[in-house]
Design a protein around this ligand. Sequence first.
Ligand SMILES: [Zn+2]
Length: 221
Amino acid sequence: MTITQFAQDIYILDDQRVREFLILGRDHAVLIDTGFSDTPILDEVRKITALPVQVILTHGDGDHIGNLSQFKECCFHQADEAKINPTIPFHSLKEGDIIDIGDYHFKIIEIPGHTYGSIALLELQHHWLIVGDTVQKDGPIYMFGEHRNLDQYIESLKKLANMKEQIRTILPSHHDCPISPDYIDYCLEDAKRLKDGQLESSPHPKMPCREYRGVHVHFYY
Ligand SMILES: [Zn+2]
């Protein structure tokens, strides 16, 4: 696990597969996502802070929710409850909720599609967008199987594209980080090509999906 400081009181935990974000407040810390189940995430967090930790999940995929039971409570969008099946108390997040942590203020943006309960967190003063898996450089972005919806995904990217004046930096969970807000448009263009059947594809060797190669990003669909 590599731990880097992104900004004052903000740390990125990255195991080269998926990353989590830790934000330190005055009396508690917020951990955004908990990684794979083979990651001792709480031990990693304790290398940085002894504060009580509130967990917020960008979405309910398995690489973002490992070891959730080590925490006292968590917050996520209710539409991913079936994927997460929380064994700890949870609070539901919705569009427009504000999460105050120290000097930072994050607004919840609903971006369903990659999963029905996917959310992004927009920091209102620094214009950072923690976006989960919805916007990435290169990908693959997983869009096959249950709990995914390509039409909703396209609408959510349009929504983010319309907010671009408020977004300066994108912090994705996978691959390069940070990336430019231009990747919202790139993912949107390729997602539309995917929907319109314009992308070349080949069967994935292991998973029940095909790999579609876009101009900027590829999808498992
Ligand atoms: Zn992921």
